[in-house]
Design a binder for this molecule. Structure first.
Ligand code: S5P
Length: 277
């Protein structure tokens, strides 16, 4: 049966990629399928939010480390310390989109050295399979996992139809490294050919565009509730940004914590009702 009808615990036992397995294990241990997207520009806010939401999340997603205006090496050290303290994995939402050789350099080197500290990162399928080859050459030896963007949440996104199918095929060809998708639905069987071996295929679906209050923003973002995302559409991890840290410039840490707890509960209830369906 489709992996989303199995428990996260069973899937953790079977998954072959170490990052996917660790993520699923944390989800079970902490009873959370919440990933908070920490899209703020100041280092202090960034770390304060992560410390506040840490107990409620399985994964901290950073939108492009390059949005931090006061980035320095200590950011990564502090992030790693928080990841140990609260037990969450780190997902750098880098959205790589170049040829294999270039992304391998971007992933391993530069100022950020993403592969050194991000358990999971992501890439667009646009360049074709070579982007996966390039990233795998760096990430596999470090036991990292890659997420491909198969569907986007923004209005008018071009990630539909055959594009989505090809993205899934690229993942299927590298199941040792590609652990799942940024998507709005499950991807089982999409683009499958008769000769494909689909046994034990278990792609994690990480879904952004999640909100309990807002329906969208002024720049084309579209929100769905955890019940729609997890129970109806079978996605595994909800990614929430502004629903948790708000839209103002000043961060209210108590409120952030309260919202994280609220989304954790909503996401976990949606998962439990999916299993009991
Ligand atoms: O299709 C997508 C893919 C991503 S990774 N739609 C998205 O919104 N995202 C990211 O999820 C986006 O870059 C942002 O970091 C987060 C959603 O933030 P929110 O504030 O709208 O919840």
């Amino acid at each position: 049966s489709s992996p989303h009808l199995c428990s996260y615990a069973d899937r953790a036992d079977k998954h072959k990629n170490p990052a996917a397995r660790a993520l699923l294990q944390l989800m079970v241990k902490k009873k959370t399928n919440l990933s908070v997207s920490v899209d703020v520009t100041r280092k202090n806010d960034f770390l304060a939010i992560i410390d506040a939401v840490g107990p409620y999340v399985c994964l901290i997603k950073k939108t492009h480390i390059d949005v931090l205006e006061d980035y320095d090496q200590t950011v990564v050290e502090e992030l790693q310390a928080l990841s140990k303290k609260h037990e969450f994995l780190i997902f750098e939402d880098r959205k790589f989109a170049d040829i294999g050789n270039t992304v391998a350099l971007q992933y391993s080197g530069g100022i950020y050295k993403i592969a050194n500290w991000a358990h999971i990162t992501n890439a667009h399928a646009v360049p074709g399979p070579s982007i996966v080859t390039g990233l795998a050459s760096v990430g596999l030896p470090l036991e990292r996992g890659l997420i491909l963007l198969a569907e986007m949440s923004s209005k008018g996104a071009l990630t539909t139809g055959t594009y989505t199918e090809e993205a899934v095929r690229m993942a299927r060809a590298r199941r040792d490294f590609v652990i799942g998708f940024i998507a709005q639905h499950r991807m089982e069987g999409i683009g499958a050919r008769e000769t494909d071996d689909l046994t034990d295929e278990d792609f994690l679906i990480l879904s952004p565009g999640v909100g309990l209050d807002a329906k969208g923003d002024a720049m084309g973002q579209q929100y769905r509730t955890p019940a729609v995302v997890v129970t109806e559409c079978g996605c595994d991890v909800i990614i929430v940004g502004r629903g948790i840290f708000g839209t103002g410039r000043d961060i209210d840490v108590k409120e952030v914590q309260k919202q994280a707890q609220r989304y954790q509960t909503a996401g976990w209830e949606a998962y439990e009702s999916r299993l009991s369906k």
